[in-house]
Design a protein around this ligand. Structure first.
Ligand code: SF4
Length: 208
């Protein structure tokens, strides 16, 4: 089904990453500053059927885009995350919630090796509310995430000065706080130097 903004929307459970994912990733960028708070390692997965008009990376909508994820890349990511100045892992796409065959083993190892000392930020075209009623693999990836940047990219709501997101419908959600509250709670920076300023002043490319 396509909504009024031209975005393909699934019925609950209609898209299953365990079937759709080809295990491909579009890119990996260690030590970035733009995909969440602090120095981060960003993994971009391939495949996204939301097909938002204006998508910043249309090529990565294909599940076959990029290269196959390897154990060598996983070891590199874990080694990069071990650097003391790295705040955590960022998962972007494509659609991370449909790349769970790759991402769940990775985030389980991240939690096993680093506990909660490294944060996990996940970007998804699904909303938080949709994910709560989605397949078990998506809900597990949500549970491993500290922050969810949710919802599709809506071109008419694009603003160039939104940090970490491309359109104003997208929310930066504190996942553990939301779980405790039983409803979405917006994330707030815990860093004094970024409070109130950086989240709304840092330029960001459109993304989901
Ligand atoms: S903007 Fe994001 S959710 Fe939309 S098609 Fe592109 S990758 Fe998918």
């Amino acid at each position: 089904m396509t909504d009024a903004d031209g975005i393909t929307q699934p019925r609950p459970g209609e898209w299953d990453g365990t079937v759709l994912s080809a295990g491909h990733t579009a890119d990996y960028k260690p030590f970035t500053f733009v995909d969440g708070e602090g120095v981060r390692c960003s993994l971009y997965v391939s495949g996204c059927p939301f097909a938002c008009p204006g998508c910043y990376n249309r090529a990565a909508q294909s599940f076959k885009y990029g290269t196959r994820y390897t154990t060598e890349l996983e070891e590199r990511i874990l080694n990069d995350l071990a650097q003391p100045y790295v705040a955590g892992l960022s998962l972007l796409g494509g659609e991370p919630m449909l790349a769970t065959p790759v991402l769940l083993p990775l985030v389980r190892r991240v939690r096993s090796l680093f506990g909660q000392s490294k944060t996990i930020w996940t970007w998804s075209g699904y909303t938080y509310e949709q994910l709560r009623h989605e397949t078990p693999d998506k809900r597990e990836l949500l549970e491993h995430s500290d922050v969810l940047v949710d919802g599709p990219f809506i071109q008419r709501l694009y603003h160039h000065d939104l940090a970490f997101r491309g359109s104003s419908n997208q929310r930066i959600i504190d996942v553990p706080a939301s779980r405790d509250a039983g409803q979405p709670v917006l994330w707030q920076s815990r860093r004094r130097d970024t409070e109130d300023s950086v989240p709304f002043l840092t330029p960001a490319a459109p993304r989901s």
